[in-house]
Design a protein around this ligand. Structure first.
Ligand code: XIL
Length: 299
């Protein structure tokens, strides 16, 4: 195969990227994105502040731009994300208690209704665990009660029974880290109690503080053994090591329930981390980097 998407499809997987609606007019960008990837995540346009800027008033203009571009070009879309402490609209930031809990439920229902039956995977809850303790992150959502995550998943299941429901987080790649164990224990508990969860997303933003761990494959496998699919959802590697990119691909391929890989942007100049960190597979001129060839060969 000569593209990332086609190469991933050889093993029944997908290869995706984050897409920004504001770049869909950039033909250099869309040419690469359309050629190489067969899964799309909206970089910001399906987040809470974008889709419900005023309480009860949903706006899918930019989300639909991305959805339509993706599907018209034969790609699937990962929904990202429904319940998160970050990128909340101002009205939600100022809510608490039962009003916030109900607003979260209404938001999940409103967004999932718009895309019912159209989005195969939703990141229902994003980044709910603390970076170091292994417990929950303090947030307005967490302060509504510890059951907010399972309420979000139950709401999502009822809103779109066809969608696979994912928990998504970062710094959950290293099996020995407390945060990884915290999320693992939550998923294990959800499966034991019948809380609907189908997949776990590993953002996998690798850098010197959270480097690619040698036990990454073990982490993916251990989560998969709980009975969920696993996906690499926001991959970028600061410095762009071709070897590390190949290791990530090989680890996913070694785990039957690792269903696909998404890189968080097309060219280095599109990265949220800044082009100078060289974290992606195409350079700022759109040329394939060594990491690209390494990934293509590993798939
Ligand atoms: C980032 C986007 O890339 C930026 O454009 C935005 O300013 C902030 O959010 N974890 C996530 C993603 O789940 O949604 C974040 O995306 C990166 C970290």
């Amino acid at each position: 195969a000569s593209t990332l998407g086609a190469a991933a499809a050889q093993t029944g997987r997908y290869f995706g990227t984050a897409i920004a609606a504001g770049k869909l007019g950039d033909s250099a960008y869309t040419t690469i994105a359309n050629r190489e990837f067969n899964m799309v995540t909206a970089e910001n346009e399906m987040k809470i502040d974008a889709t419900e800027p005023n309480q009860g008033q949903f706006n899918f203009t930019n989300a639909d731009r991305i959805y339509d571009w993706a599907t018209q070009n034969g790609k699937q879309v990962r929904g990202h994300t429904l319940a998160w402490h970050s990128q909340q609209p101002g009205w939600m930031q100022s809510l608490s208690g039962s009003a916030l809990r109900q607003a979260m439920i209404n938001h999940i229902n409103g967004v999932m209704a718009h895309y019912e039956g159209k989005i195969p995977y939703w990141d229902v809850v994003n980044e709910a665990y603390d970076d170091s303790s292994g417990g929950r992150r303090d947030s307005n959502l967490q302060r509504t009660g510890n059951d907010w995550i399972e309420v979000a998943f139950r709401t999502a299941r009822a809103a779109d029974p066809a969608a696979k429901l994912c928990y998504n987080d970062y710094n959950t790649d290293n099996w020995t880290w407390a945060k990884t164990q915290g999320v693992y224990n939550m998923v294990k508990d959800f499966k034991a109690r019948g809380v609907p969860i189908d997949c776990v997303g590993f953002q996998s933003h690798f850098n010197s503080n959270s480097p690619y761990p040698s036990n990454y494959r073990q982490t993916l496998q251990n989560f998969a053994a709980l009975g969920v699919d696993v996906a690499i959802t926001e991959l970028d590697i600061q410095g762009g090591s071709a070897t590390t990119y190949a290791n990530v691909v090989n680890d996913c391929l070694a785990v039957p329930r690792c269903i696909g890989i998404t890189v968080w942007g097309v060219r280095d100049s599109d990265s949220w981390l800044g082009a100078n960190t060289s974290p992606l597979l195409f350079d700022s001129n759109g040329n394939k980097k060594a990491a690209y060839t390494s990934v293509l060969n590993a798939l």
